[in-house]
Ligand binder design. Sequence first.
Ligand code: HGY
Ligand code: MN
Ligand code: MN
Length: 442
Amino acid sequence: MTGTSDAVALAAALDDETALTTFRALWADLDEIGVAPTGTRRYSWTAEDAALRAWFTAQAESRGMEVHTDANGNIRAWWGGRPADGDSGVVTGSHLDSVADGGKWDGPLGVLLGLLAVDVLAAAEASGDFRRERPLGVVNYMDEEGTRFGVACLGSKLMSGALDPATARALTDSDGVTLAEAMTAAGADPGAIGRDDGEIRRSGAQVEVHIEQGKQLVGLEAPVGVASAIWPHGRWEFVFTGLADHAGTARLQDRKDAALPFAATVLAARDIAADLDARATFGRFHVEPGGPNVVPAKVVALLDARAATEAAMLEMVDRIAASADDAGREHGVAVEVRKISSAPVVDFDAGLRELHGKLAAEAGEYLPEVPTQAGHDSGILAPVMPTSMLFVRSPHGISHSPLEDAADADVLAGLRALVRSLAVLVGEVDEVDEVDGASSED
Ligand code: HGY
Ligand code: MN
Ligand code: MN
C-alpha cells in the first residue's frame, strides 16, 4: 500500500489540461450514443447499450486493459489484467445507462473518471513514480437505473445475490419483453445470471465517483464529498382496477373510474411523505385502455419510496396503501399493492471513508461526509465487499434531468480525490515531484 503523502502528491501533480482534454473527448464520444433532444436515453440490452459497451471496450483496450463481461452483464476493464480466481484487485467506475430523458452525468462521470484515473496512474508508472501492485478495474454496471425493467441496480443486485435470478428473468419492460428475452436478443445468457462470488472476490473493494444528486455540497461549499450512508428505498406497484365505460354516456355516479383513487393516492402520498420527512414519488404510471373517450378501467403505478429508516419507509408505504384502499372503496375501484424491490439502509465502509478523509486532510482539502437519498450499485454491494463513494458537487443539485451539471474545477477535484485513493489502494508511490517542484517521501 502506498504512503498517503506520496499519493496526495501524485494526484496534485496531475495535469489539469491533459485530464480535461481527455475528459471532453470522452464526453464527445458519449454524446453520440442515446442522446435525444429531450435528454439521455440509454436503457439496458438495447442498441444504445450495445454501442456503450463497444465504446467502453474500445476505450479500455486502447489503454491496454483486459475487458471482461460477467454473467450478470456488468463489464469490467482491468488495468494489470483480470485477477486470477481467488485474487483481488480494486474497482472504480459506475454505470452508463440512464433514466428516461436523463442527464449526462449520473453514472458516466464515474466511468469516465475511472478511465482518467488509469491514465494518470499509468503515466506515473511509466515515469517510475508509481508501482501498481494489484489490478485496477473500471466497471460499468448493468441497468443501474432500472428504467427498462423497473428494478434498479439489476447488475449489482444479481451479482450480490440481493435479487433472485428467476424473478429477474421474468421482469418485463413496457412492451412485455422479459429480461431473459432482452438478454438473449443481445447475445447474453440469462440462464447464467445470479450471485457471483468470483467477481465479488476479484473486485476486492470499490470506490465509485458520482455526481451529487442534491445540493448538500453547494451548501457546504465543498467541491467533493464522501457518502456516509444511503437511505433505505424501494419500489411498490399499485394497481387500481375499475370499469371501462363511455366518457359521454356513463353518468358520473355510475362510474368506476380507476384514475380517481389513483389521483387521490398521489396527493395523499405527498402529505404522508411530508409527515414522515420522507420521499414518495409516483413517477411512472399508465392508464388502460387509454382512450380519450373511455373511462379509465385500470391504472398501474409505481411508487418510489425512500426514508431515513426502514421503519419510516415501511410505515409510509403502509399509510399510502391504506389511503389508496379508502379512495378505491369510495370510487368502487379495487386496489392491489405489491412490493417490486427494496434496498436497506447502507453505511459505507468505515476504512475507505477514513482513507478518503485522511488523504483530503493531507491535501489541505475540506471533504465533508454527506448521506444521500439516491440508490447506487456501491450501496447494493456494500454488504458483500468494502465500498465507498465520492460525490462531485452539482451546481443546481438537479438530477435525473438534462439540467445535471458539474464545473471543470469540481470534476478535477473529484479526479484528484479518486486518484490519490486508488494510488494507496492498488500500488506503491515513489517520490513524486509536486507542481511547485517540492517533493514528498514515504
Ligand atoms: O434512483 C436512484 O436513486 C439512482 O439515481 N439510481
Ligand atoms: Mn440515477
Ligand atoms: Mn447513478
